[in-house]
Design a binder for this molecule. Structure first.
Ligand SMILES: [Zn+2]
Ligand SMILES: [Zn+2]
Length: 275
């Protein structure tokens, strides 16, 4: 069986064929036969305005927006033309007040697919190590609810093919005390209705959270509503491509999922509920 990994970041290296090759070579060792690159939207000068805020979000993303998106598209297209099995994706934040402009931005470029992410609750970049102290002064349950409220709106916006790391709010190990079942159910229901994938992202295993995104409880609701899932690594370096896919496959199978199985010769990362 060959796999594909559709959540891979090139950002720690240059936009060159050599750098892309490193990801392909490392992936190959784990049976990854196709890679989808999904640079963060905030990396691009063209997306700067989509994160605007007079506070920390505006400040931080302005410092990060150093790449020209045309160069990113060009290098991935070049790799394609050389016969590399790659796709052009993007990991785009959903910022509620900028929805219309984000939609316009996504339409402007020839992405093969779009991962939707929540990394910001207003100016609180909750997964940013620079903001870790902020967690000490906030109510964890309330923060979870705010996060999932934005996530629900992202799902309903219809702009995304897949919601990345659906419970990344737990990244540093902060756990809600209250029962989140109701909100997980709403999210699963909305995803099913909109026909979008939930990501099973193995990066959580490499973070203080210590488990994949989503949690077992959230996964139960995805299974109950038959939400299709997509297994990805969220690699930021070549060595992480396809990492822990074996664990992720066992995880989704445990909930009654099986490979979409379009063809045994095609690389796969999509799993559907078969009960
Ligand atoms: Zn992310
Ligand atoms: Zn990512």
């Amino acid at each position: 069986m060959k796999f594909r990994d559709y959540h891979v970041h090139l950002e720690q290296g240059p936009y060159t064929i050599e750098w892309i090759k490193r990801f392909m070579e490392e992936g190959k060792k784990r049976g990854i036969a196709e890679i989808g690159f999904s640079e963060h939207g905030h990396r691009f000068v063209q997306a700067k305005g989509l994160y605007r805020s007079p506070g920390f979000r505006g400040q931080w993303t302005t410092g990060e927006a150093v790449q020209n998106i045309e160069e990113y598209i060009e290098i991935v297209e070049k790799a394609k033309s050389m016969g590399f099995p790659v796709k052009l994706g993007i990991e785009m934040d959903y910022i509620p007040e900028c929805e219309a402009e984000i939609r316009g931005f996504l339409r402007e470029y020839p992405f093969d697919y779009v991962l939707g992410s929540i990394h910001w609750i207003g100016d609180f970049g909750f997964d940013n190590p620079e903001m870790l102290d902020e967690w000490n002064s906030c109510d964890v349950d309330e923060t979870y609810l705010k996060y999932f409220d934005i996530l629900l709106r992202a799902v309903e916006s219809g702009m995304f093919d897949c919601i990345a790391h659906p419970d990344v709010i737990k990244v540093f190990g902060h756990r809600a005390m209250g029962d989140m079942s109701r909100i997980y159910e709403l999210v699963a229901k909305a995803m099913k209705k909109m026909g979008i994938f939930a990501e099973v992202n193995t990066a959580g295993l490499r973070k203080p959270a210590g488990e994949m995104y989503p949690s077992p409880l959230m996964m139960e609701y995805f299974a109950a509503y038959k939400v299709p899932v997509m297994i990805n690594s969220d690699a930021h370096r070549p060595e992480d491509v396809g990492r822990d896919f074996d664990k992720a496959i066992d995880f989704v199978k445990h909930y009654g999922y099986e490979s979409e199985g379009v063809s045994l010769t095609q690389p796969e990362n999509r799993y559907v509920f078969k009960g």
